[in-house]
Design a protein around this ligand. Structure first.
Ligand code: NAD
Ligand code: TYD
Length: 341
């Protein structure tokens, strides 16, 4: 069936993977990508899609109401998926205001456009970080969809507000909303401010690997394409007004991840440097994805041991992409965040 799907943030890490998946597996769908290309978006990421006649790109900011409404007027999307966000916890600690503007007010603008032009679905891409953290000594505990919201960082707080606003738009205005909350993603095209690409980049260049605290914090890793397939499953089989947790039961401590990367790249562990911890650092994230499995038939297909190899191989083959990301302002960012840490 023909559809127009409008994706915000489709030049970022997860959004671009989602656009590629739709173009590949839904041949009747047109993809409209709305992204203002912040520092986190390398234009080379979407170079191939730009050649596809079923793909349209608009450089626009989701906070700019007139611009967003114009795009909706022209494209009349059937389905909207909101990936656009400021997404890095460390940056949110430095500049919370921008996170509140983009992640909350930007989401409001996109939903207002959905209401004004009538869409069959608005999907909000959320994070498991809205549930706060779990203690390291309770491996029996997991995040469920009804786990209370208990955020730690300005980033997770802004994402929680956006989720709640989306659910409120469903209840108040009847907007057909779904929300997914996913654990940490990894894979190609992730900006090298996040743990895995940053460590791959540094190790490749024989630079120190800055591990926060003792490196014992645990994250639940999901291969990015599995996440995108989960979102597609929510769009096609999910119930309006519902939240779905997406995760892969792939818990690893940060120090384990760093050692795997060093070993895959044949680099020495002497490159590891333990640095000052992140403020308010969440201990452990762990998703219970059983609702998505039972109701949508979704389950991750890429095991961490395979996904991390694919990921490292991709960054090795596409060093030019990382080099484009790490020139210019990145150097200033790196120096500010890690210079005196
Ligand atoms: P990212 O930082 O790689 O990409 C974000 C994209 O949004 C960029 O292309 C950026 O240019 C765009 N953007 C930012 N502000 C915008 C604005 N005002 N207007 C238009 N475009 C704007 O982020 P990501 O890792 O791809 O995350 C995508 C979504 O998934 C986010 O909502 C994030 O909260 C959520 N999420 C991420 C993870 C993860 O592990 N990365 C896990 C769970 C949920
Ligand atoms: P990150 O990739 O920023 O994702 P999130 O904070 O959203 O989970 O960080 C993942 C984990 O890695 C987190 O516990 C912080 C840690 N970390 C480091 O130890 N060193 C680093 O340089 C970075 C960026 C993260």
């Amino acid at each position: 069936m023909k559809k127009t799907i409008l994706v915000t943030g489709g030049a970022g890490f997860i959004g671009n993977c989602f656009c590629k998946l739709i173009l590949k597996e839904r041949p009747d769908w047109k993809v409209v990508n709305v992204d203002c290309l912040t520092y986190a978006a390398n234009p080379s990421t979407i170079r191939e899609e730009m050649k596809d006649p079923r793909y349209v790109f608009y450089r626009e900011d989701i906070r700019r109401r007139e611009g967003i409404f114009e795009i909706f007027k022209k494209e009349r999307p059937d389905v909207v998926v909101n990936f656009a966000a400021e997404s890095h916890v460390d940056r949110s600690i430095e500049d919370p205001g921008l996170f509140l503007q983009t992640n909350i007010l930007g989401t409001q603008v996109v939903m207002d456009a959905c209401r004004a032009f009538g869409v069959e679905r608005f999907h909000q891409v959320g994070t498991d970080e809205v549930y706060g953290d779990l203690p390291l000594d309770r491996p029996d505990l997991f995040f469920h969809e009804d786990t209370p919201i208990r955020t730690s960082s300005p980033y997770s707080t802004s994402k929680a507000a956006a989720d709640l606003l989306a659910l409120a738009y469903h209840r108040t205005y009847g907007l057909p909303v779904t929300v997914s909350r996913c654990s940490n993603n990894y894979g190609p095209y992730q900006f090298p401010e996040k743990l895995i690409p940053l460590m791959i980049h540094n190790a490749t260049h024989d630079k120190e690997l800055p591990v926060y605290g003792k490196g014992l914090n645990v994250r639940d890793w999901l291969y990015v394409e599995d996440h995108c397939r989960g979102i597609l499953a929510v769009l096609e089989k999910g119930k309006v007004g519902e939240v779905y947790n997406l995760g892969g039961h792939n818990e690893k401590s940060n120090i384990e991840i760093v050692k795997i990367i060093l070993s895959e790249l044949g680099k020495p562990e002497s490159l590891i440097r333990f640095v000052a911890d992140r403020k308010g650092h969440d201990q452990r994230y762990a998703i219970d994805p059983s609702k998505a499995t039972a109701e949508l038939g979704w389950a991750p297909t890429t095991m961490f041991c395979d996904g991390i190899k694919l990921t490292i191989a991709w960054y090795k083959e596409n060093g030019w992409w990382l080099d484009e990301c790490t020139s210019g302002d990145y150097l200033k960012y790196y120096d500010k965040m890690y210079g005196n840490r």
